[in-house]
Design a protein around this ligand. Structure first.
Ligand code: ASN
Length: 309
């Protein structure tokens, strides 16, 4: 750089991105204070585990691979999510939550969705002996409180974006209803059609989501979807805790049991629980109406892009 030339704020970029980061910081603060007020114990994240979330079968998931690391003769996996650790932790601790960094090596085509990152942070929580209704009510309280706390945030004025106005309780649909209305790729059209976030229940996916014992083929899980085309906000479920059923589901999903040996060894000690996780970056992207979720990251982690550092 020649002397006297104006230095561009190369990492932050422009004023818009600075406003995104200001809001992000306050979203983290409000998330932390909400979970503390609700009596959750905050745990520090785990990044390497002997088992991690398989992220499938789930039509929404497209990871190329789970990162494996061999260290001192042991095999570790980089966290896709801390779901399995959450399930073990709730038994002894009670209500827990974690700001959990997740690495998900998505296919490059996923960049076009506007909502996929190969590294992001989720607010991940779990409640022992809870039902899905309790979790959904908690999430609605979170959004209502967040909306009122952030309404006067200067970022909305400087970005010329309307401040959030969340008015739960929100509509609930089943995946079957949405598939019938919009076809198998229902998420985007359904999200575009709604003005408030909405719940979608009954997805066929990972072994840790509970299958309804009274209605096989139906699942006691739920996603929250943002309106205006912003797509999935949160995913969660009542959990499967019966070790025999977990083994059957792992077999049915064609997942190599060796990657779940450590988890299965402890599966006899699982207790019923329910929880969920929501991506912090997706939440901020929705609040500021950013074109891509990577825009709210200081160091973008968009599939197929080369990061600055
Ligand atoms: N955090 C999610 C849950 O609690 C799992 C995930 O991120 N895949 O269900």
């Amino acid at each position: 750089m020649k002397g006297g030339e104006a230095r561009e704020p190369r990492i932050v970029g422009d004023e818009r991105r600075r406003a995104y980061l200001d809001l992000l910081s306050d979203v983290i603060y409000e998330t932390e204070s909400f979970f503390h007020e609700e009596g959750f114990l905050q745990l520090l994240p785990v990044m390497l585990g002997r088992s991690t979330d398989p992220l499938g079968p789930d039509p929404g998931s497209s990871v190329v691979k789970t990162v494996e690391i061999d260290y001192l003769g042991q095999r570790f996996y980089l966290m896709n999510s801390m779901i399995l650790h959450k399930q073990l932790a709730v038994r002894d601790i009670g209500k827990i939550w974690i700001l959990s960094p997740n690495v998900r090596l998505e296919r490059p085509e996923r960049a076009a969705s506007g909502k996929h990152l190969f590294e992001f942070t989720q607010a991940d929580f779990e409640i022992p002996n809870a039902a899905g209704d309790e979790v959904r009510a908690l999430v609605e309280r979170f959004f209502a409180r967040l909306g009122s706390r952030l309404r006067g945030h200067p970022a909305f004025r400087s970005l010329d974006v309307p401040p959030p106005s969340f008015s739960p309780p929100w509509a609930t649909y089943t995946t079957h209803e949405l598939e019938a209305r919009y076809g198998p790729s229902w998420e985007e059209p359904a999200s575009r059609a709604e003005r408030q976030p909405f719940w979608v229940t009954c997805h066929r996916r990972e072994f840790y989501d509970r299958e309804d014992p009274e209605r096989p083929g139906h699942y006691r899980n739920y996603d929250l979807v943002y309106p205006a085309g912003f797509g999935e906000a949160l995913s969660g479920a009542e959990r499967e805790w019966d070790p025999a059923r977990i083994r059957t589901r792992i077999g049915r999903d064609g997942i190599p049991p060796a990657a779940y040996e450590a988890y299965l060894e402890q599966a006899d000690h699982l207790v019923p629980s329910a929880g969920a996780g929501f991506g912090i970056e997706r939440l901020v992207r929705f609040l500021v109406r950013a074109p891509h979720v990577g825009d709210v990251q200081l160091f973008r982690r968009v599939p197929g892009e080369t990061p600055s550092l």
